[in-house]
Design a binder for this molecule. Structure first.
Ligand code: AMP
Length: 391
């Protein structure tokens, strides 16, 4: 079967999925990942119905970094029967100011994507590593880059800038926004499951390890909570979200912290983890009786409610609110607490529907409908890749 391979490479994990091309559409065949790269590497993959195909620890001296993990995944994928690779779609975090849609990769595109490395130093090099490798090993297989930023690029310039002298904007210091593949998928899915509101004013809350919200008008991003980097906006597992820039200056001048120390604090030790001192994991915090855990959740809900109000203002009102990603899809408690804070906008939660994980969790007659829609960034990448193959 002809297939598209989707690759999402991070610093400590490599995720991959195979989609068969069948009857003009896509069918997920394999979902896999190697996580614990650099510590305890582990390969796990399952087929379309969730049956394990492999689940084993890997030798940490063999699989010691991303390139060796890619080689391992390649070996394993080589043994999957009946797959004829037609293209590879990659998640690339940063498309810079230029890329407003996915792009077929050649040497010039790769060079330009590498030039955005300073905009996303933790992610971009990892995203590009498998592209380079595949170019060397399978030069005839087309590769497509799909960006987290692209979906937000059509926003008006006055929403896309910081109040800094314009030269900084030209230098690429802009409010890019992220999680674009997730928002794009939800916008498409809304057209299928709720066509009456898909063209309206919708806030999508991507509440996972990374957290952001996006204001959609007629399926397009008009405002979002993340900015120049994926640190901005809402509190996350280990990132703080919005922070007065004066805090950074204070840490530099009064605490004598280095740029690297501040980066480590902001990317790895802040957010739910830093605030609770317990965990970055919402499930763990929700189960804990430690008051610091509920304090961190209170802060999370508070900030989500404030930013929802900001996005509702950007939209001039609200027709629907969508919860997605790990917390949004699975935590009825967090959904209920955020929904409660949206009552001034006209959102009325149906507690029973919410507790049973229904796709619509608002009451009949609620002025703002509340939805739970599982996101699928990998399917979005596969769709884009297939579409570019056909151009
Ligand atoms: P993601 O990055 O989308 O995989 O989301 C990860 C986040 O979702 C983590 O904070 C998890 O603790 C959280 N999560 C997953 N399942 C649940 C659940 N049942 N209740 C609360 N949080 C959950």
């Amino acid at each position: 079967m002809e297939a598209v391979l989707v690759v999402n490479a991070g610093s400590s994990s490599l995720k991959f999925q195979i989609f068969g091309i069948a009857g003009g559409g896509l069918q997920r065949q394999v979902r896999g990942k190697i996580d614990g790269i650099g510590t305890h590497p582990h390969l796990k993959a399952s087929n379309a119905d969730g049956t394990d195909l492999v689940d084993r620890a890997l030798d940490s001296s063999t699989v010691r970094d991303l390139p060796t993990a890619i080689a391992e995944a390649r070996n394993w994928l080589g043994g999957v029967d009946g797959i004829e690779l037609r293209a590879i779609g990659h998640r690339v975090v940063h498309g810079g100011p230029d890329y407003v849609r996915p792009v077929l990769i050649d040497a010039a595109v790769l060079e330009r994507l590498a030039s955005y490395q300073h905009l996303a130093p933790l992610h971009q090099p990892n995203n590009l590593a498998p592209i380079r490798l595949a170019m060397d090993i399978n030069p005839d297989v087309p590769q497509v880059a799909c960006f987290d930023t692209a979906f937000h690029r059509g926003r008006a310039e006055h929403t896309d800038c910081y109040a800094l002298p314009h030269a900084f904007y030209e230098d690429g210091i802009r409010r890019y926004g992220f999680h674009g593949l997730s928002y794009e998928y939800i916008a498409e899915r809304l057209r299928e499951v709720a066509p009456d509101i898909a063209g309206g004013r919708v806030i999508v809350a991507h509440l996972g390890s990374g957290v952001s919200m996006c204001a959609l008008k007629d399926g397009r991003s008009v405002e979002t909570t993340m900015g120049f980097t994926a640190l901005d906006g809402l509190p996350m597992g280990t990132r703080p979200g919005q922070l007065d820039p004066g805090v950074i200056l204070y840490l530099l001048t009064h605490h004598g912290m280095s740029a690297q120390e501040i980066s480590d604090l902001l990317y790895h030790d802040a957010g739910l983890k830093g605030l609770s001192g317990i965990s970055n994991d919402m499930r763990e915090l929700s189960a804990s009786e430690d008051p610091r855990a509920s304090f961190a959740i209170d802060h999370f809900v508070h900030r989500c409610s404030l930013h929802a109000g900001m996005l509702a203002a950007a939209l001039g009102g609200l027709d629907a609110f969508v919860f997605t990603a790990g917390i949004g899809e699975n935590s009825a408690t967090v959904r209920a607490r955020i929904a409660e804070r949206l009552d001034w906008l006209g959102a009325e939660l149906d507690a029973k529907a919410n507790d049973t994980g229904a796709p619509v969790v608002s009451r009949a007659g609620s002025r703002v409908s509340l939805h739970v829609i599982p996101t699928d960034e990998e399917l979005m990448i596969a769709r884009h890749t297939l579409a570019l193959l056909r151009v």
